[in-house]
Design a binder for this molecule. Sequence first.
Ligand code: 5GP
Ligand code: MN
Ligand code: MN
Length: 329
Amino acid sequence: EQWDAAVAAVRALGGDAEIQLICHVSPDGDALGSMLGFGLGLRRLGYSRVRATFPGDFRVPDPYAEMPGLELLVPEADSFPEPALVLVFDVASESRLGGLAALVEAAPVSVVVDHHASNTGFGTIRLVDPHAAATSVLAEQLITRLGVPLDAEIAECFYVALATDTGSFKFDMTTVAVHELAARLIATGLRPGDISRRIFDTKPFGAMKLAGEVLGRAVLDPAAAGGLGLVWTYATLADLARHAQPPYVLDTLIDPVRSVAEADVTVLVKEIADGQWAVSLRSKGAVDVSRLAISQGGGGHRLAAGFTGHGAAGDVVDTVRRLLDDYLT
Ligand code: 5GP
Ligand code: MN
Ligand code: MN
């Protein structure tokens, strides 16, 4: 009945109602793709006043610089001050909304579309399914229930989102339904090779050199986590500055690290401010890293999670090692 409520909330609006879309800070392909694809769908339905935004540094990562629907994006400060409806995409908790959390709280109706197991249950209407491979799976269902046919632009947004969160259709949740959705998206005329090259396989030379350094200093601790093994590395703001790279180039750097056979758990510690670190955790299956992240005020999924750490990079990793020991005993 949450789905019916969401459909009714949209249908109750006049064509000139102000609709604000929001996704999480440091948006990834799923956050932007589900939000912008849905926004384009609302435009097709005749809603003329749709704005999309995200909190914090208002920069669209280069891999998404050609995503359809970017014209809907406005800086946080240009959000509708009193929207009739707010829709929130790929956001597990209000802490991922920065200053926009107040806008969600104040809205007469807020629809939260998300797939994080750690979702805190905020918002008045909650379309939260931890079994969905990406938020875009849910965004596509909602737009379809609203009667919008998929077109190539909407499909590209949802495809980027789906490809991002399934690791190019490699992860566990890559089900028959995921491939069926991908097939319907591709059938609108998408070129998956072009999209994949753009979002996964294109980076500046400096980003490649930076990756080399960060990977080069990785540490393997095969005895950690009761012998399950831990591999970790870190990147500082100085590293980014030396190679003139923005922080988002580190977003996918955990993937080569977690390919290490000797470790079940992978940690990438990324400096976001002096003594403050965005900690990315990955597991191959034995450890539910979302539980570790939640215990530190973060969140995520069973095999991919994160939190904000404090101190020196080595201290943050020590904390994770201790959490792992506690987890396993
Ligand atoms: P990543 O390591 O790629 O940044 O994030 C992996 C997963 O953990 C994503 O689903 C993301 O939403 C979640 N996550 C990462 N950092 C945080 C955090 O600080 N707080 C919360 N609540 N979730 C996080
Ligand atoms: Mn996301
Ligand atoms: Mn997601």
